[in-house]
Design a protein around this ligand. Structure first.
Ligand SMILES: C[S@@+](CC[C@H](N)C(=O)[O-])C[C@H]1O[C@@H](n2cnc3c(N)ncnc32)[C@H](O)[C@@H]1O
Length: 247
């Protein structure tokens, strides 16, 4: 098959993914904004507890991808939570620039308390990644770890990945963490929509959508990434997860 035929086939596949992403969003009826309340109420202790349950508290995800971030000069983390990733990077001799965006006011305040007295290599931004146009710099590595991308429904995931691609330096990498397709996220329950899960905590609901490898490949192609590596790994509590490196 010639390259023209391959790219036509990829476009057709992406179009059919796009249609199903739109109908998913309509059908499931949630957006990333619906998760705001959950992250305002969760508390740092609650989040750390969940990180321990899923086996990510130690930063074993980052340990699996050292070569991808070790030589970066600038890292952007989307949704920094309680500072798990920043703490790991600093504890493991990453001394270059880290910028972290977090939308939750409560979590952002705790990040400020924890990191504001550090040197100016850490920049904290209270903001919503939907407004990624406001990001003026470009980065060597962008992280969305611990299922950060799953906090968005398919239609928003697609837009976000395309927008983040534009925030990478030449040769930069977007690194996403997801769960394998057949795994129900820890502490969550399945909904009536395929691969949409929910969890109720303190009367707030968080919704997630588990992307498939195929969806990641199609979006990466559409966003003009050159390559995608899918890495499977096990957390400290022996739970299987996936890291995807989009270059
Ligand atoms: C699952 S946690 C991951 C935390 C952290 N990245 C880690 O790996 O430990 C997702 C984080 O993303 C934040 N978040 C969700 N939607 C966001 C948005 N639209 N803009 C910025 N942050 C967001 C949440 O408040 C939460 O802190």
């Amino acid at each position: 098959m010639g390259s023209q035929a391959i790219s036509k086939q990829a476009t057709e596949l992406y179009d059919s993914y796009e249609e199903s992403a739109s109908s998913q969003a309509e059908g499931s009826g949630w957006t990333n904004y619906d998760n705001c309340d959950f992250y305002e109420k969760i508390t740092v202790a609650g989040m750390r507890y969940f990180a321990e349950t899923v086996g990510l508290a130690s930063g074993c995800d980052l340990k699996n991808i050292v070569p991808f971030w070790q030589s970066a000069n600038t890292i952007l983390e989307i949704g920094a939570g309680y500072g798990r990733v920043i703490s790991y990077l600093r504890a493991n001799r990453f001394g270059k620039k880290i910028t972290a965006i977090e939308r939750s006011k409560a979590l952002f305040r705790s990040l400020q308390k924890k990191f504001d007295n550090f040197d100016d290599s850490i920049t904290l931004q209270h903001g919503d990644i939907h407004n990624s146009r406001e990001i003026t710099e470009k980065y060597d590595v962008i992280f969305m770890l611990w299922s950060g991308i799953a906090d968005f429904p398919p239609i928003e995931q697609r837009e976000l990945i395309c927008n983040l691609r534009k925030k990478l330096n030449v040769g930069g990498k977007l690194i996403l963490d997801t769960l394998p397709e057949d795994v129900t996220p820890t502490n969550m329950q399945a909904s009536e929509t395929e691969r949409v899960f929910k969890q109720i905590f303190n009367n707030s609901t968080v919704y997630t959508y588990s992307m498939t490898i195929n969806e990641i490949d199609l979006i990466a192609k559409h966003a003009r990434f050159h390559s995608v590596e899918h890495l499977s790994y096990y957390t400290d509590t022996n739970k299987q997860r996936m890291l995807h490196v989009l270059s």
